[in-house]
Design a protein. Structure first.
Length: 575
């Protein structure tokens, strides 16, 4: 329910359309800092020039002009001039009726919009590297990207989820060299990622002593690029074994992809990029390599071809961008990749721009910070990696312990399923809690704090709401025809206003590419619901009010469930 628009309409009706349109009035409309100042405030400052009067005088005059329309309106209680503002006050009961019935009518479609209709948004995320662990850093891109995709899709965009697998590059030369020296198919098959990581790490230690190993690795990668049969077979073995492992984690996270076109997919599409760059006279030689230089001195040249003629990561990204534009004709092409790669994407987008592709402006890098464990930073080069699957399993186990020790555990008959949803949800929530550029400080204490700002806290609010509704049904209460206009109390009103802002929050999250907008929102909603639950004793209220409150509870549950879905967290009915 867009009550700001309703207020804007009243104001615009009272004025000449040359002076102010509804759209302009709606844009200006603000939310007052506290409830005493009403629910929507129209600032008169910009009108001062047109009317050659001080804003407070304009506000007072406008107030008189609209007072009749306001007293005839179903939605507003009153209007008052305060300083340079015209403040509108909602009728609590009427507003409650509008909002709660809309939620119950729309159900899981509540908050959705069709503003993205016909526009394709590609979200590239996760993109782990083959033969390397799917580590905790990859969880950030996975959580963020999956959430963004859900958010855009909720707003009606046509989304495509792309996993740009790191399945090509010189590291495969190293891996092949390592495999030929120390590898064993059987051991690897039994525990692929760990074993491949082991020999890969060994390669690095050995190469420090014997640098010629690096040359050997380069030669193997060249053979791979040239399509050598034996080498390609080995590579395929690494890819398949790794994907099998990664899929276990995706399953736990309830995440799927539309495309797994990774770096190798573009290996045959790179000659075209090199040709195009040559044609456009953008390639220059530098120490035997071919590079594109930029006017901006702060951006180093982008290497396209190395001195041995092999392509690199950047070349593959150029080919990928062009391929995506041709295949999907995207409205937006989003890359969810850590902030350390910000310069890389700046180079890629600048090269595309130099090539004359104006759609380079529709390519967006969505960066994020590091995951920090209070005293050590993660890296994949060494042995001390934190595997994502291990973290998720640990979270599930810890959750199970907490639930087992809780007073309500005897009511739960599917404890494994519940622990999985809560344990995984707790991690996702904590990763999407703060602005993405901030580092994430990983501590179990915060992640599984059932009383703090956490996934379990929000899931508990949902389960609590559902339990009240269950109890009502068990007691034979039929609240379907409740009179919602009885929901007039302040706690109820604030809760309903929050429910009403859901769509705006989702839009804001998409505009900023920040799922944390949704995380914060759902946390506030859970807190506000708990407050309502504690102050308004739902089941002990007088019958008519009880029924209205039950309906409100149902609306809150719908809204929490949808918001949690947008950040990848699943709900449980009991916990
Ligand atoms: N595989 C890379 C990594 O793990 C991320 C890929 C990012 N995407 C891209 N189009 N370059 O660091």
């Amino acid at each position: 329910m867009n009550y700001k628009k309703a207020a804007a309409q009243i104001i615009a009706n009272a004025m000449n359309s040359e002076d102010l349109t509804i759209e302009q009035a709606e844009k200006l409309m603000a939310v007052p800092p506290n409830p005493e100042m009403g629910d929507a405030a129209f600032p008169c400052f910009t009108l001062a020039k047109t009317f050659r009067k001080a804003p407070p005088a304009i506000a007072a005059e406008l107030c008189e002009k609209v007072s009749e329309a306001v007293s005839n309106s179903d939605l507003f209680e009153k209007v008052a001039a305060m300083g340079g503002y015209l403040n509108f006050y909602l009728k609590h009961g009427a507003f409650a009726k509008e909002v709660v019935s809309e939620v119950l009518e729309k159900g899981e479609d509540y908050g959705k919009s069709n503003e993205g209709e016909g526009k394709k948004v590609l979200v590239e995320f996760s993109s782990p590297n083959i033969a390397k662990p799917f580590h905790i850093g990859h969880l950030v891109t996975t959580a963020l990207g999956s959430s963004l995709e859900r958010i855009y899709s909720f707003l009606g965009y046509d989304t495509v989820k792309i996993n740009h697998l790191g399945d090509w590059g010189t590291q495969f030369g190293k891996l092949i060299s390592a495999y030929k020296r120390w590898g064993d198919a059987e051991t690897i098959e039994a525990d692929p990622i760990n074993e491949l990581l082991k020999i890969y790490v060994k390669f690095h230690t050995e190469a420090e002593k014997a640098p010629e190993l690096e040359d050997e690795a380069r030669a193997y990668f060249k053979m791979l690029e040239d399509g050598d049969e034996e080498i390609t077979k080995l590579w395929k073995f690494f890819v398949d074994a790794s994907l099998k492992e990664f899929n276990k984690t995706y399953k736990l996270l309830d995440i799927t992809f539309d495309s797994y076109a990774g770096e190798s997919f573009y290996s045959d599409k790179m000659p075209e990029i090199v040709e195009l760059l040559q044609e456009k006279k953008l390639l220059e030689e530098s120490d035997g390599a071919q590079v594109v230089r930029f006017e901006d001195e702060n951006v180093p040249p982008c290497i396209i071809l190395k001195s041995d003629g092999t392509t690199i990561y950047a070349t593959r990204d150029l080919a990928a961008a062009l391929y995506r534009k041709r295949t999907y004709d995207f409205y937006k092409n989003i890359y969810v990749v850590g902030t350390p790669q910000a310069l890389h994407f700046k180079q890629i987008f600048s090269v595309l721009n130099k090539m004359g592709y104006t759609w380079s402006d529709d390519c967006v890098h969505v960066g994020f910070g590091y995951v920090r464990f209070p005293d050590k930073v993660l890296s994949t080069r060494h042995g001390d990696v934190v595997f994502l699957e291990d973290v998720l399993r640990e979270s599930i186990e810890k959750t199970k312990e907490i639930i087992k020790n809780s007073a309500t555990s005897k009511n739960i008959d599917n404890i494994d399923e519940v622990s999985e949803k809560i344990g995984v949800g707790a991690i996702l929530y904590s990763f999407l809690k703060n602005g993405r550029e901030k580092d994430i400080v990983f501590t179990w204490k915060d992640i599984l704090d059932f009383e703090g700002e956490s996934g379990p806290y929000v899931q508990y609010a949902y389960a609590r709401g559902r339990s009240v509704l269950r109890k009502a049904t068990e007691n034979g209460i039929n609240y379907s025809s409740a009179d919602l206009s009885l929901l007039e109390g302040n706690d109820e009103f604030e809760l309903i206003k929050l429910i009403n802002s859901f769509e705006d929050v989702v839009r804001d999250a998409a505009n900023k590419n920040e799922p944390c907008c949704v995380t914060r929102y759902v946390t506030e909603l859970a807190q506000m619901f708990n407050k309502f639950y504690n102050t308004c004793n739902i089941m002990k209220s007088e019958d008519a009010l009880r029924d209205a409150r039950l309906k409100l509870t149902e609306a809150v549950c719908i809204c929490i469930k949808s918001a949690l879905y947008l950040i990848g967290v699943r709900v449980v009915e009991k916990m």
